[in-house]
Design a protein. Structure first.
Length: 202
């Protein structure tokens, strides 16, 4: 890690994207808000909470417990150029600096964040919101406050083929009733016909 803003990925610290608050609402939205005072109050509350969002992506590790077909992280050799940082103190320094530069909605990705949950605990010292992207085979500890996006790659048979393991049921069990979790279906030509089946199981 040559600089504090490079933990093991070129994207760490390099994509700080503010999403500006919009101007006056128009059209249908304005009409709905004018007609419903409760909806208007809720809308304003959400706007106050959500804006401005400043996001940044962080690859927390080069390790993964699966090798999914077409995985974005392992599809090129870019990750090989960034050795994995293991120092908890350096992660603490890094995330504190990221929060100070204005990041308030981190994305924790690559390769599999559930394998390095101690780094998520460190990040939680400085961010109250964010998203962890995971394959779901290992549960993210309940103390970690971020939203959890769990990837699904098809039904049980298709998952075994595309992900190289019997990991279809495990994420569903790990995150049953977990309000942090949203299941994200990775669509391709091999699994698109499985969507109704997977939805009914979920």
């Amino acid at each position: 890690m040559e600089e504090a803003h490079q933990i093991d990925t070129p994207s760490a610290g390099g994509r700080c994207r503010p999403i500006p608050a919009r101007g006056p609402e128009r059209g249908r939205v304005a009409r709905y808000l004018a007609e419903d005072s409760a909806l208007r109050a809720l809308y304003r509350k959400i706007r106050t909470f959500a804006y401005p969002i400043v996001s940044s992506n962080y690859d927390l590790t080069r390790r993964c417990n699966l090798r999914c077909e077409g995985c974005l992280f392992f599809s090129g050799a870019d990750y090989e150029a960034h050795p994995e940082e293991s120092s908890a103190a350096r992660y603490d320094t890094f995330f504190r600096a990221e929060a100070q530069r204005g990041v308030n909605f981190p994305y924790f990705v690559g390769a599999e964040p559930s394998l390095v949950q101690e780094r998520l605990h460190i990040a939680a010292r400085y961010f109250r919101r964010g998203v962890v992207f995971t394959n779901g085979a290992i549960r993210i500890h309940p103390d970690i406050p971020f939203a959890v996006h769990v990837s699904l790659w098809g039904n049980e048979a298709r998952t075994r083929k595309l992900r190289g393991g019997r990991v279809f049921r495990k994420p569903l069990q790990n995150y049953r009733g977990d309000r942090r979790a949203t299941f994200i279906y990775t669509i391709n030509h091999q699994n698109i016909r499985s969507i109704p089946e997977v939805v009914s199981i979920c």
